[in-house]
Design a protein around this ligand. Structure first.
Ligand code: UFG
Length: 325
């Protein structure tokens, strides 16, 4: 099977490409390298450097490579940044996704896996969050992914597109060869590990007055390899119908608990200070992933927070500058 992976030079995309290649798939990565890294692309995958905003470039890649399916990772993905630059988020994520979907319809490619998000559920009515939860995005980022889910639903009705929307909770950890490197980094686990590596003096905890057990935000951290595996299962099941899944470990950890886990894994004291709340952050997001477990037989191989942090720590120690030359 030939798969086109947009954003395959990014964090989640590159690890999914690694797994796809291991399963024997032929992979073409489409990435403009604005946020991704050339070195993250698996050497067995073809890299096409191009921008999804450029419809002609998307047409060219689809016409030339004729994939059986597309996995669409390329997007802006930071909740906090989207609260400062809402138009950029809704604009880029929706326009680029729409370019891709329209071009796929024109080229007869009708299998789509969407990177969706837990940010669809601003302040959920209950925890853990299942697929019945009302969608009220808490940020322009979440809204942009909701719009793409809706566009795909109509593309199925009108054009027969089959899609799976995977609503990720917090992707974390690393494979042996590929890990998390954003510039600038904003994510909790890599920032905490930068303190342990001596690259940063302390971590700022964004608020401790949330209605949670220790007052800091609770998130559901899912190992990147488990997340990538879910894409492969979803793709295999696509011909039996479109589907939407909430994808997490089902267990929530507070910001302070993540810092504690990193202290235990690294043996470093990891200094922290208290800061303001970050706009757009919900108090708690934890997935109920029973649907994907029941329907696809997915289950996390690395559910323990410690093993997730440990895999990230191994990668960051081996690559203290990430993918930078
Ligand atoms: N946090 C801090 N200090 C920091 C960075 C983060 O306290 O320096 C806190 C945040 O406030 C949040 C938690 O750590 O409560 C996790 O923050 P991240 O930035 O690592 O991740 P987010 O939960 O904001 O967002 C991630 C992805 C989104 C996705 C979301 C789904 O970046 O794309 O998970 O839960 F939508």
């Amino acid at each position: 099977m030939k798969i086109l992976v947009t954003g395959g030079a990014g964090y989640i995309g590159s690890v999914t490409v690694e797994l796809l290649v291991e399963t024997g798939a032929q992979v073409v990565v489409l990435d403009d390298l604005s946020l991704g890294h050339r070195a993250a692309v698996h050497p067995s995958a073809e890299l096409a450097v191009g921008d999804l905003a450029d419809r002609a470039a998307v047409d060219e890649v689809l016409a030339r490579t004729r994939p059986d399916a597309v996995m669409h990772f390329a997007a802006r993905s930071q909740v906090g940044e989207s609260m400062r630059e809402p138009f950029r988020y809704v604009g880029d994520n929706v326009r680029n996704g729409l370019n891709l979907i329209e071009s796929m319809v024109e080229h007869g490619v009708r299998r789509f896996i969407l990177s969706s998000t837990a940010a669809l559920f601003g302040e959920p009515s209950k925890i853990p969050i299942d697929e019945q939860e009302r969608i009220v995005p808490g940020s322009p980022y979440g809204e942009s992914k909701h719009m793409l889910e809706r566009i795909l639903a109509w593309t199925e009705v009108v054009h027969g597109m089959r899609f799976a929307a995977l609503r990720y909770f917090n992707a974390a950890g690393a494979s042996e060869a590929r890990g998390e490197h954003h510039d600038p980094e904003t994510h909790l686990i890599p920032l905490v590990l930068q303190v342990a590596l001596g690259q940063r003096e302390r971590i700022t905890v964004f608020g401790d007055d949330y209605p949670t057990r220790d007052g800091t935000c609770i998130r559901d951290y899912i190992h990147i390899i488990d997340l990538a595996q879910a894409h492969i299962l979803a793709l295999q099941a696509l011909d039996q119908g479109s589907r939407t899944y909430n994808l997490g470990n089902g267990q929530g950890f507070s910001v302070m608990e993540v810092i504690e886990a990193a202290r235990a894994v690294t043996g470093h004291p990891i200094a922290h200070v208290l800061g303001e709340r970050r706009p757009g952050d919900p108090a708690a997001l934890v997935a109920d992933s029973s649907k994907i477990r029941a329907e696809l037989g997915w289950s996390p191989r690395f559910p323990e927070l410690r093993s997730i942090v440990d895999s990230a720590w191994r990668w960051h120690r081996a690559h203290p500058q990430g993918y930078a030359e």
